[in-house]
Design a protein around this ligand. Structure first.
Ligand code: NAD
Length: 385
């Protein structure tokens, strides 16, 4: 069962898991498409309706994917009934509002993001218990929960071992969740999701993998390439577009690459094809019953933003780089290192796509082909406080 299976990560994951033989059921309320209408933007790629997508998948592969349209945060009893009817072995949960700028835009957006993300996650956990079924839950969290500050130590995969002074003068060793330090309401909901997972794992023995994912870039995967009706979404706007996707379209349309502040910020990245592969690896490697929540950092490379801009400018000759005032103001460090552990997925078999090669493919395969669909007025972030 793929929650949020119409979204940027959920759609190619649904197709891939279907392709390798899993029965797939998608639940999505199509809120992401509605937010496009609200923001008056559109995916750079011409995505078709969920119904056309599913019909195309059936026509091409003869594989059926079921679809339910409802809101996980609002429709608890419908969710419970759907789980009881479909009896999933695994639920993959992508269904959250995922833009940090959107989540901090206004009080309405803050409350929407908190209500949507936290209630959806809690409803899923509660319904798993209520169903009485032994369902393994995989959740897409964010690597941003750790905060983007330079640390002398390497940031671990979820858990930190600490030594604290005991009352008798000796020291006690404890393993704790790495302390969160989030810079947006969106990231805060990911930090809070972790507490729900801890509780339901301890008290109801639910098997859970929480994936602390980096910025996802790229568009197509093996399956979405099969037919244009299966094409994945590509967000390039200043609200939902992640930095690399914005650079890709800016270079393709001859718009200077906009680097926020000094560009010294280091961020973590992963290609969409590797996201899909990581979910497959997580599906195949559940934690044993009774084990604590399994946390993997789902990222393959870290880069400074100005280095990415320079790489892009080398790929598309003549591209200029424009350093603009950071719209995130004084919140984020102007420069940081980000040493984050990422050994778990390679140990399970992930062989990542390299950034430079993948960027060239993106420019030629997607950005050049669809640049006529780009609304230049949407590239820069709106002037939100
Ligand atoms: N895209 C990234 O770079 C990135 C990076 C780190 C983590 N993530 C996480 O991965 C997950 C998927 O991200 P994405 O980029 O595919 O986002 P997306 O917005 O494209 O997809 C999310 C999907 O969930 C659906 N949804 C949201 N709330 C729902 C609800 N209450 N009920 C039913 N459906 C609902 C939306 O309609 C959408 O189709 C998110 O949880 C996000 O936080 C994404």
């Amino acid at each position: 069962m793929i929650l949020g299976g119409d979204g940027f990560c959920g759609w190619p994951t649904s197709l891939h898991l279907s392709n390798i033989g899993h029965e797939i059921v998608i639940i999505d309320n199509l809120s992401r498409r509605k937010i496009d209408v609200e923001l008056a933007v559109d995916s750079l790629t011409p995505i078709t309706s969920i119904h056309n997508r599913l019909a195309a998948w059936k026509a091409i592969t003869n594989k059926q994917i079921k679809f339910y349209e409802f809101d996980l945060a609002e429709e608890y009893y419908l969710l419970l009934e759907t789980i009881k009817t479909e009896q999933p072995d695994i639920i993959v949960h992508f269904a959250e509002q995922r833009s940090a700028p959107y989540s901090t835009k206004s009080e309405r957006n803050k409350r929407y993001t908190v209500n949507n993300n936290l209630t959806a996650t809690h409803n899923v956990l509660c319904a798993i218990v209520d169903s009485g079924l032994d369902i393994y839950l995989i959740h897409l969290g964010s690597i941003g929960v750790y905060g983007y500050h330079t640390t002398k130590m390497q940031i671990p995969e979820g858990y930190l071992t600490v030594q604290v002074a005991a009352r008798d003068g000796t020291s006690v060793q404890q393993e704790i969740l790495y302390p969160f330090d989030t810079e947006s309401i969106y990231h805060m909901t990911k930090a809070q999701d972790q507490m729900f997972f801890h509780y339901y794992n301890r008290n109801n023995s639910i098997r859970i993998t929480d994936l602390h994912q980096g910025n996802v870039w790229g568009t197509q995967t093996q399956e979405t390439r099969l037919d244009e009706r299966l094409i994945n979404r590509f967000d390039y706007d200043g609200v939902y577009g992640t930095v690399l996707n914005r650079f890709i379209i800016q270079a393709a349309v001859g718009y200077p690459l906009t680097v926020y502040g000094s560009g010294g910020q280091t961020r973590a990245f992963i290609h969409i094809q590797d996201t899909v592969r990581c979910i497959e690896l997580a599906v195949n490697n559940p934690p044993p019953k009774g084990a604590k929540v399994q946390i993997f950092n789902q990222t393959t490379q870290t880069h400074r933003i100005k280095e990415l801009a320079e790489t892009m400018a080398n790929i598309v000759k003549g591209t200029k780089i424009n350093y603009i005032e950071n719209p995130r103001g004084g919140i984020e460090d102007s420069e940081n290192d980000f040493f984050v552990a990422k050994e778990c997925f390679p140990a399970l078999g992930l062989n990542p796509i390299l950034l430079e090669r993948g960027l060239i493919d993106e420019v030629s395969e997607i950005a050049s082909k669809y640049r006529h669909r780009c609304d230049h007025s949407k590239i820069l972030p709106p002037n939100w406080t």
